[in-house]
Design a protein around this ligand. Structure first.
Ligand SMILES: [Zn+2]
Length: 123
């Protein structure tokens, strides 16, 4: 028997022998699996964390070598005054500000002000 038969959930046409019966209704395979395994309440958060982690990782893998040097330096030191980065990484202030603007836009680094000095730190 090969009658098209709509899935009770998504209305996709299914052939009867490929459908799954549940509480007297017929479902396609996808919907049947859905019904049998409802998402656990903790899952969305786990998925979200994994995505955030991946996003963070991807973000750092797209950095230019210069951006990586700046990021790695700040990673080591925590909060770093702008002047210190310029001196230690041998950059001009303009170069650093340009790279920082890109990194700030990517939400990798941010700036804070302490005792009248600008410090760069992780976002
Ligand atoms: Zn379905």
């Amino acid at each position: 028997m090969k009658l098209p038969y709509p899935c009770a959930k998504c209305n996709k046409e299914i052939e009867k022998q490929q459908g799954y019966e549940y509480q007297g209704r017929l479902f396609c395979e996808d919907c049947y699996m859905d019904i049998l395994s409802p998402p656990k309440t903790c899952d969305p958060w786990a998925v979200h964390s994994a995505q955030t982690f991946l996003k963070g990782k991807d973000k750092l893998s797209t950095l230019t070598p210069l951006q990586s040097r700046i990021v790695n330096y700040i990673k080591e030191k925590g909060e770093v005054p702008v002047e210190e980065i310029i001196t230690n990484l041998n950059l001009t202030e303009e170069e650093l500000r340009r790279e920082f603007a890109a990194l700030r836009h990517m939400e990798v680094l941010r700036a804070t002000k302490k005792d009248g000095k600008i410090l760069y730190l992780f976002f």
